[in-house]
Design a protein around this ligand. Structure first.
Ligand code: PMP
Ligand code: GLN
Length: 381
């Protein structure tokens, strides 16, 4: 077997969800909502299954969806994307990421990434022959600065991978951080693969800024989105790859041999959803923000130290500051086995020098589930 994969454990999300299923625990680990998602969008999918839309769609995606993606980003982020030349539909952001890595990275290229990182990045970059260079972000602010970038970029840097808003940290990077990164990308002539799947899940005063809109970034950014996150339908696996025409041409070469296409019925429903879900995009983050506050408030009342969350489905608990002596993984395993609540140890998002005292909790859950989760975590502590 290929050691890139065979040396890795099952992903922490599957491990913890499996334990939750086997033990009948409350699952505040893997990020998926209790809310069933917008009914009209689901009805469109059912309709599309029953009335055509079941054969191979065009390789780059249904024109209606590519048009809708460009229009959505024009409306919500002021972007000017040419749907024909700059938008490709993939089977989830996961495929979009892999297509970008395989299409663009040449063996020996250095790739700058930020820990904590989403677990598919490193194996697929290594498969492409890329050499990861890691910037280590740490709580409580999880921000990067000029010195960290100076220490990591080099003449061999060809790519950067940025997840913004970042899972699991829950940070929406501010304008000045993105401008700093853009400056380094221009200086080192690097292309950025920007994983923006959480762009629609942003709270309060935080604003998501697409890196592709920064000066000098239009031709050197691959922007990745996910309908699964936009509509809270995480199993749908419909992703968006947006990039300048020359990049898109290369990306499509990899996409055509990874999956070739993506379920056309779901594509049709997502196209309709993007055009008709203004209310959903307003209400969904508000509802999630209330859930965040409910979970954070309950945890604080029980004496847990909760870190701020500006976006994503997740908030983090500082276990050390909460009086928990053991590491995050040990605590999470004990919590699921002894108290019946699953969570994710943030150390799983680091390859080197992990932060080991942070536990990630998913708050996209019904109030009663969050309240019971708090009670059970208090018991584990
Ligand atoms: N990137 C990040 C940062 C994620 O959190 C997720 C979903 N958990 C993905 C990519 C994958 O998205 P999709 O389900 O659309 O493949
Ligand atoms: N993105 C989700 C999370 O971070 C789950 C992804 C997965 O299960 N691969 O929890």
């Amino acid at each position: 077997a290929n050691p890139i994969f065979s040396n890795l454990p099952t992903t922490v999300f599957e491990e913890m969800s499996g334990l939750a299923r086997d033990l009948g625990a409350i699952n505040l680990g893997q990020g998926f909502p209790d809310d069933p998602g917008p009914e009209a969008v689901r009805a469109k999918a059912a309709d599309a299954v029953l009335n055509g839309y079941n054969q191979y769609p065009p390789m780059r995606g249904l024109p209606d969806l590519r048009r809708a993606v460009a229009a959505h980003y024009a409306r919500t982020q002021g972007l000017d994307l040419d749907w024909e030349a700059e938008v490709t539909i993939t089977s989830g952001a996961t495929e979009a990421l892999t297509a970008a890595f395989l299409a663009l990275i040449r063996p020996g290229d250095e790739v700058v990434l930020f820990q904590p990182l989403y677990d598919s990045y490193l194996p697929m970059i290594r498969l492409a022959g890329g050499i990861p260079r890691l910037v280590r972000l740490a709580p409580p602010h999880w921000r990067f600065d000029r010195a960290m970038l100076e220490a990591t970029f080099s003449d061999r840097t060809r790519f950067v991978v940025l997840n913004n808003p970042i899972n699991p940290a829950g940070v929406v990077f501010p304008e000045e951080d993105l401008a700093l990164l853009a400056e380094f990308c221009a200086r080192f002539d690097a292309t950025v693969i920007c994983d923006e799947v959480w762009e629609q899940v942003v709270f309060g005063a935080a604003r998501h800024r697409p890196l592709i809109a920064f000066p000098g970034m239009r031709e050197r950014t691959v922007k990745i989105g996910s309908a699964g996150k936009m509509f809270g339908l995480t199993g749908w696996k419909v992703g968006f790859l947006c990039a300048a025409p020359a990049l898109t041409h290369s990306l499509a070469r990899a996409h055509q041999f990874l999956t070739f296409t993506t379920a056309p019925n779901l594509q049709a429903a997502v196209a309709w959803g993007l055009d008709n879900s203004g209310d959903w995009f307003e209400a969904m983050p508000r509802q999630l923000e209330a859930s965040r506050d409910r979970l954070a408030g309950g945890l604080r009342r029980e004496g847990f130290a909760v870190l701020p969350s500006q976006g994503t489905y997740f908030l983090n608990v500082d276990l050390a500051a909460s009086g928990v002596a053991e590491g995050d993984r040990a605590f999470c395993l004990r919590a699921v086995h002894e108290a019946g609540v699953a969570a994710i140890p943030v150390s799983a998002f680091y390859e080197v020098a992990p932060v080991t005292h942070i536990m990630r909790l998913c708050f996209a859950k019904a109030d009663a589930v969050l309240d019971e989760g708090v009670r059970r975590l208090a018991r584990a502590r």
